[in-house]
Ligand binder design. Structure first.
Ligand SMILES: C[S@@+](CC[C@H](N)C(=O)[O-])C[C@H]1O[C@@H](n2cnc3c(N)ncnc32)[C@H](O)[C@@H]1O
Length: 246
């Protein structure tokens, strides 16, 4: 059942910061924060889908003033309970339409969060909303996976993520609708618990077109936070869009 916190309710929030994903390794977080602090260029930053503050808190500790938008009160409660968290102002709402009364030198969306918007229309609306929040010369940074469709043989829809005797996970793709669900099963004391989260996967070129519709232009695309080149083999990208000065 989906509640008012969307797919990131209390059950997810409780476990979010224990996640074993690479995204939580200090080396990964620090590298992302270096890039974002650089791009904020002394101004204020806005995180779309700020969650429990995995990135926002260390960014604020670098001296960047950070605000956030998030749908999930449960995720944001975790952020506000952490040291320094209560100083981060979060607006509860949908980041494709919610307006925060400020302008920013940096708006960012990390960890595939843009794909939580499940229609092309909502993703386009998000770019337009970002453009309205940016000061002239401001940047929008998006970190997102390249859709893993090359892992699918013809006629197949499922990409396994991991398996163990008690945990398994798989993605299900639908090319017709560009939808993707990530599915997780965990067995405890012989009982399975199942969770499924829906996304809309999006191509780098499609994001560029959305940016163009919103009056933004691509200024950099890297294969990751270490700013290495984005290539044919890249599995994700960090893209930087700029709002023109004039
Ligand atoms: C993948 S988590 C990322 C959290 C955090 N940015 C991080 O990197 O750990 C996505 C976050 O975006 C929020 N979210 C998803 N869709 C949203 C929407 N349409 N509007 C606002 N927040 C949303 C979720 O509640 C969740 O906190």
């Amino acid at each position: 059942m989906i509640g008012e916190d969307g797919y990131f309710g209390e059950g997810v929030a409780r476990r979010w910061d224990d996640a074993s994903s690479d995204m939580f390794l200090p080396g990964i977080v620090d590298t992302a924060v270096d890039v974002l602090a650089d791009l904020a260029a002394g101004g204020t930053a806005l995180e779309l889908g700020i969650g429990t503050g995995r990135i926002a808190l260390p960014l604020a500790q670098r001296g960047v003033k950070v605000r956030g938008i998030d749908l999930s009160r449960a995720m944001v409660a975790r952020l506000h309970a952490k040291p320094g968290g209560s100083a981060i102002d979060v607006t509860i709402g949908d980041f494709s339409s919610t307006r925060v009364p400020d302008t920013f030198s940096l708006v960012y969306s990390v960890f595939n969060t843009i794909t939580n918007l499940r229609t092309q229309q909502a993703q386009v609306a998000c770019f337009r909303n970002v453009a309205e929040h940016l000061a002239p010369g401001g940047r929008f940074v998006v970190e997102v996976e390249v859709p893993e469709v090359r892992k699918l043989p013809a006629g197949h829809k499922i990409v396994p993520l991991y398996t163990s005797p008690t945990q398994w996970a798989f993605d299900v793709y639908d090319f017709a609708t560009q939808s993707l669900t990530s599915n997780y099963v965990e067995v405890t004391n012989g009982r399975g618990e199942y969770q499924s989260i829906p996304f809309r996967y999006v191509w780098p070129s499609e994001l560029d077109l959305m940016a163009q519709l919103a009056g933004l232009r691509l200024s950099n695309r890297w294969g990751g936070w270490t700013r290495h080149a984005f290539t044919h083999e890249s599995t994700k990208h960090v893209s930087v869009y700029e709002k023109p000065e004039f």
